[in-house]
Ligand binder design. Structure first.
Ligand code: GLP
Length: 629
């Protein structure tokens, strides 16, 4: 296969890295539109293979725009969807049939008879025959001209879970446990997720004349790198696209971040050695060779594709010291700046002291998971931290927890017939697992999270007056993976920023999956901050990014590393444990509280171990931040 550049030499599937999902979708939509137009000019049908999931949503939005604004017609289009959950009727809120109609078909002029989505209600005993007919139908339509794909975290395309052979055809398949977990948020809990699906096979997909796979967000970066650069393997069904002669991956920068040309570019060609890349390469080398930075030799560099870093003027000795100092300077026990100290080499400035710090947390508990130790330090060092919870977090409270709390409240007021807890309890009892929470239930669950939040923060000596519950409306009205914020949400954040006028803002979600809550909150706050440009306080404000447990920082990404003592780590974990409603199976994802705190503990300890291996000081744990400019 022809490569565009030597940097792509390890990539076995052509991969286009776009600035963001919207840019990639515009390009893919243009290709689809060109195909539809060229075929309709000669009166031919176009057969499109379509995918579901949050990934293609912006692509479908762009196709709808092309239809409405540019007159693109879908009258000559026939579609075949990749897959459907088994057991779901078309009407079910999570059926792919319904998803496709809501996200695309209802907004374009495709004749309904030209739409094909596998039937989730087909009886298991008839599934084999049904699937063979689906294949025949595709063939009778002339085969798929262009197949759109997303990718699951197991590397699946369609629902071709690990173990799917390259010649597999449309069939019924059992879902992988990771896939079930990822779908839990859509189904109000893992136990409601169907265990089987009907899916086109890998062979069905490979038979398409053109294949386009799209992926966004850091969550997908590992699996993208494996599919593109790793061997073809049944454990990642997307890797079989390597044998397709006309497949392209379109990814955003976060999903591309593990490709060698981005992650370790010096291995594939000459690079422009910017300081952050030097830090990345040297720390990578140190960890790979199992040697502290200051002990790396010229030959360690030359044997690992980094000889151009070593020149007569800059030997390994000089380079080692330079990088060592660079990383050393990220470490500070003073996240709010150290008063009366030389701050020329410190991550945060000394003045003013104290600082007003605004910690923005998408949901209750994100603040503690990402930076509980640092929050405690800010308190201990007499700064003025405020914590703003953008959303109530009510969707993450299981019904069982809400019932227990409603019962408890009712116990205290047995005589009050029409009390709030009594009516909430009634509603909870009447609702089925699939029903969305009523406004009243959401409100009740939001109160549960408020109470937990206050007691969690009290554990760190943070008084309730420091807490701002914003309860933004987009969350109150929305549902997971389908949130869209509005003007009122942005204004509420602008108002808070102007009220607090912070010297520091702590923020998260920049590289998250664009449909996930942290990413939406990031975009929202970003707009709010932009709205404040020109405000005096913003001139003097630094923005620090923190990360949630799913993904920890790489050494080269860190601008501030705050060491956490064993005692502080214990305090942080204990504080997290006050979010009791999260301890059991949560409706959003069934990730238990234990898993969360264990992950956060592990990330901070692993990072401390990395600093130690690099030859810096040995700490119990480190919370890290990146400065956002
Ligand atoms: C499901 C679908 C896949 C989709 C994947 C990723 O498993 N069957 O077709 O690619 O989810 O979903 P998302 O795009 O929401 O990340």
């Amino acid at each position: 296969m022809k490569q565009n550049s030597q940097y792509e030499q390890l990539e076995k599937i052509p991969t286009r890295i776009a600035r963001d999902a919207n840019e990639a979708c515009r390009e893919v939509a243009q290709e689809i539109a060109a195909l539809i137009r060229s075929k309709s000019d000669s009166n031919q049908k176009v057969v499109l293979g379509l995918a579901t999931g949050s990934t293609p949503v912006p692509l479908y939005r762009e196709l709808i725009r092309l239809h409405q604004e540019d007159g693109l017609s879908f009258k000559n289009v026939i579609t075949f969807n990749l897959d459907e959950y088994h057991g779901l009727s078309q009407k079910h809120p999570e059926s792919y049939w319904r998803f496709m109609h809501e996200q695309l078909f209802d907004h374009i002029d495709i004749p309904s008879g030209q739409v094909n989505v596998p039937d989730g209600k087909v009886a298991t005993s008839e599934a084999f025959e049904y699937c063979a007919t689906y294949e025949e139908k595709i063939e009778a339509a002339g085969g798929i001209d262009l197949q759109v794909l997303g990718i699951g975290r197991t590397g699946h395309i369609g629902f071709n879970e690990p173990g799917s052979p390259p010649d597999s055809l449309t069939r019924m398949i059992a879902l992988d446990s990771l896939t079930i977990r990822d779908a839990a948020a859509d189904f109000q809990g893992e136990r409601n997720v169907p265990r089987h699906a009907i899916t086109m096979g890998v062979g069905t997909i490979l038979a398409a004349k053109r294949v386009v796979l799209i992926a966004w967000g850091q969550n997908k970066s590992d699996v993208i790198a494996e599919a593109v650069e790793g061997p073809e393997t049944e454990s990642i069904s997307a890797s079989f696209l390597q044998r397709h002669s006309n497949a392209t991956f379109f990814v955003d920068q976060s999903a591309a971040s593990r490709l060698t040309r981005i992650d370790r570019p010096w291995l594939v060609g000459p690079v422009d050695w910017k300081p952050s890349l030097i830090r990345k390469a040297v720390s990578w080398l140190s960890l790979k060779q199992g040697k502290p930075i200051l002990k790396l030799l010229d030959e360690d560099y030359t044997e690992n594709g980094m000889s151009d870093l070593i020149t007569p003027r800059s030997t390994s000795y000089h380079l080692n010291i330079e990088v060592f100092n660079d990383i050393q300077r990220t470490i500070t026990g003073w996240p709010g700046g150290k008063p009366n100290a030389d701050d020329s080499q410190r991550p945060e400035r000394a003045n003013p002291h104290p600082k007003r710090a605004l910690i923005i947390s998408p949901e209750p508990d994100n603040d503690l998971l990402g930076m509980g130790g640092t929050l405690k330090r800010l308190m201990d060092q007499r700064h003025d931290p405020r914590i703003a919870y953008l959303t109530s977090g009510s969707l993450m409270v299981p019904d069982s927890e809400a019932k227990a709390m409603a019962e408890f409240a009712q116990e205290l007021q047995p005589e009050a017939d029409e009390s709030l807890p009594r009516s909430t309890l009634r509603q909870l009892e009447e609702k089925s697992e699939f029903d969305l929470d009523s406004a009243e239930i959401r409100d009740f669950k939001g109160h549960i999270r408020r109470v937990e939040t206050r007691s969690a923060l009290r554990r760190l000596d943070v008084q309730p007056k420091r807490i701002h519950f914003l309860d933004l409306a987009f969350y109150q009205k929305g549902r997971p993976r389908q949130f869209r914020f509005e003007e009122a949400d942005v204004s509420a954040v602008v108002e808070l920023l102007r009220e607090v006028q912070p010297h520091q803002i702590y923020l998260t979600g920049i590289e998250a999956d664009p449909s996930a809550l942290p990413a939406i909150c990031f975009a929202l706050v970003n707009q709010a901050i932009e709205r404040c440009s020109g405000d005096d306080w913003l001139e003097d404000c630094r923005i620090w990014l923190y990360r949630l447990p799913e993904r920890s920082w790489e050494i080269e990404e860190i601008d501030m590393a705050v060491p956490i003592s064993p005692k502080e780590l214990t305090d942080k974990i204990q504080a997290i444990y006050h979010h009791k409603s999260q301890r059991s199976q949560s409706p959003g994802g069934d990730v238990s509280l234990r898993e969360h705190w264990q992950q956060t503990e592990k990330n901070t300890q692993d990072l401390a171990a990395q600093y130690d291996h690099l030859g810096l000081a040995e700490y119990e744990a480190i919370e890290a931040f990146q400065r956002w400019r």
